[in-house]
Write a protein that binds this ligand. Structure first.
Ligand code: AHR
Length: 498
């Protein structure tokens, strides 16, 4: 029997909806085909955005969307993607598959997508190969209301009102594909570029995100902050972190998304649990400069990265998605909740057809992946207050050196006063008897949903509903306790009225 202790009287911080954010890059079939098919497509669409995909994304309440990359961002020149489509520049997407990028999805289309999704906007600017002027003018084009050459150009291109940029990334992976810079050099560039990312409407401040580290590169975090920090607050609202879950830890041989064994299962989950150490250690460095935690940790790329599906373009990063990915999602979303004092946004890579996608498409068909279901179950946490909780765990795993805790959890209180518990059972074969104790709190009613299946269970275009959320009612409620059996290999959401 494992006990979960919850103290609803102790609130630990606000859960920004952005903790469940997404990322869409001009990569493979994410934007083109996956989201944008153009107004003339036979696939039902609204202003070029596929209706089926937009509807599925609205169900998980996508809170924020990052665009246009990724590595693509530091090669993207925004002027190529505005104006009449016939005249837009065709270029090679050198990073991703060497395919032709016709720029038919640009700034106006991205803003239209966010309008349809009802989500916040996170634009990533180009520091690697772009100029300060180019970045500054893009911001002016998008957000300036008055008379100026750039605002007038936006109007001439059909959009009278300025848009809102909620977050602006000043470069991406500038330690790698974004220019191979040293942290001190990037820190200096950050100081300069961000100066010209101007907020024109003080009621809608643009939150500026600096390029942070790759995984455990703590030196990068320290040096970027050291180089920039004398500049005072307000110049940086967020510092990013990228961490991908690789089953093997080896970029040359990542392993298959579908063909894996028990050892790979536990290796993958152990690799994803490293996120906690990364948040803690990068957070400790940030604390030295920013003890008041005014700069958010922005984990704007996370998720699993496997070998591409056999027969697909290696540059398109298309992979299937199983219960293993569901567990990875559940574990990480619980971790982001637990660290909400520092983590203010996280963006899964990527939204459609790329890496750990919530949606996969093939022609006019679309499937929701197990990861989609986890986002659906966890959307209850958006805008809630984290509640104090802890769970008893034991170590499990297939090998001595690949041990993981059997459970993870987080608990929040939503605005309507309901409590939401999300639990993951990492064990492949052991269901867990659970007793949840709610300190000084009587439980009036409970309901829940569960996602479970074999480790490599997944949805296909032929069988789109193999893995799906199911109602969970096999629990007993007695006073301040709720008891149930948590199935092996599962993610659970319980909603409690108190
Ligand atoms: O998400 C795929 C790529 O991974 C992104 O373009 C880049 O930022 C990261 O290396």
């Amino acid at each position: 029997m494992a006990k979960l202790y919850v103290n609803p009287n102790v609130k630990k911080g606000h859960l920004n909806p952005e903790l469940q954010g997404h990322f869409s890059e001009h990569l493979g079939r994410c934007i083109y085909e996956g989201i944008y098919v153009g107004e003339n497509s036979e696939i039902p669409n609204v202003n070029g955005m596929r209706t089926d995909v937009v509807e599925a994304l609205k169900e998980i309440r996508v809170p924020v969307l990052r665009w246009p990359g990724g590595c693509f961002a530091d090669e993207y020149h925004w002027r190529d993607g505005i104006g009449p489509k016939a005249g837009r520049k065709k270029m090679i997407n050198t990073h991703w598959g060497g395919v032709v990028e016709d720029n038919s999805f640009g700034t106006h289309e991205f803003m239209e997508l966010c309008r349809q999704l009802g989500c916040k906007t996170y634009i990533n600017g180009n520091v690697g190969s772009g100029t300060v002027q180019e970045m500054s003018e893009w911001v002016e084009y998008m957000t300036f209301e008055g008379v100026s050459p750039l605002a007038d150009l936006r109007r001439a291109n059909g959009h009278e009102e300025p848009w809102t940029i909620d977050y602006f990334g000043v470069g991406n992976e500038n330690w790698g594909c974004g220019g191979n810079m040293r942290p001190q050099y990037y820190g200096d560039l950050y100081r300069r570029y961000q100066t010209y990312v101007r907020t024109y409407d003080s009621k809608k401040p643009i939150r500026k995100v600096a390029c942070g580290a790759n995984a455990d590169d703590y030196h990068w975090t320290d040096k970027v902050l050291e180089t920039t920090f004398d500049h005072g607050y307000g110049f940086m609202n967020g510092l990013s972190l990228h961490y991908y879950t690789l089953p093997t830890g080896n970029w040359g041989k990542k392993g298959s998304a579908l063909e894996f064994d028990e050892k790979d299962w536990y290796r993958t989950l152990k690799a994803t649990l490293k996120m906690e150490e990364l948040i803690t250690r990068h957070g400790a460095i940030m604390d030295q400069y920013d003890p008041q935690k005014r700069i958010g940790m922005i984990i704007d790329e996370w998720g699993t990265w496997y070998d591409v599906e056999p027969g697909t373009n290696p540059g398109f990063l298309y992979q299937q998605n199983t219960m293993r990915d569901a567990l990875v999602a559940g574990i990480n979303l619980n971790l982001f909740n637990k660290h909400c004092d520092r983590v203010k946004m996280a963006n899964i890579a990527q939204m459609v057809n790329v890496l750990q996608a919530v949606i996969l498409t093939e022609g006019d068909k679309m499937i929701k992946t197990p990861t989609w279901s986890v986002f659906h179950m966890y959307s209850c946490h958006q805008d809630g207050e984290l509640v104090e909780s802890s769970v008893e765990t034991r170590k499990i795993g297939a090998e001595e050196d690949v041990q993981v805790p059997n459970l993870t959890e987080s608990v929040s209180c939503s605005k309507d006063g309901k409590l939401h518990v999300t639990l993951t059972n990492l064990s492949l074969d052991q269901a867990e008897e659970m007793e949840c104790v709610f300190v000084q709190t009587g439980i009036k009613a409970a309901k829940g949903t569960v996602l479970t299946g074999a480790m490599n269970a997944h949805n296909t275009f032929e069988a789109p509903d193999q893995v799906h959320e199911e109602e969970f009612s096999a629990f007993t409620v007695a006073g301040d306790r709720v008891s149930f059996t948590l199935p092996a290999c599962s993610v659970l959401h319980l909603e409690l009225e108190v």
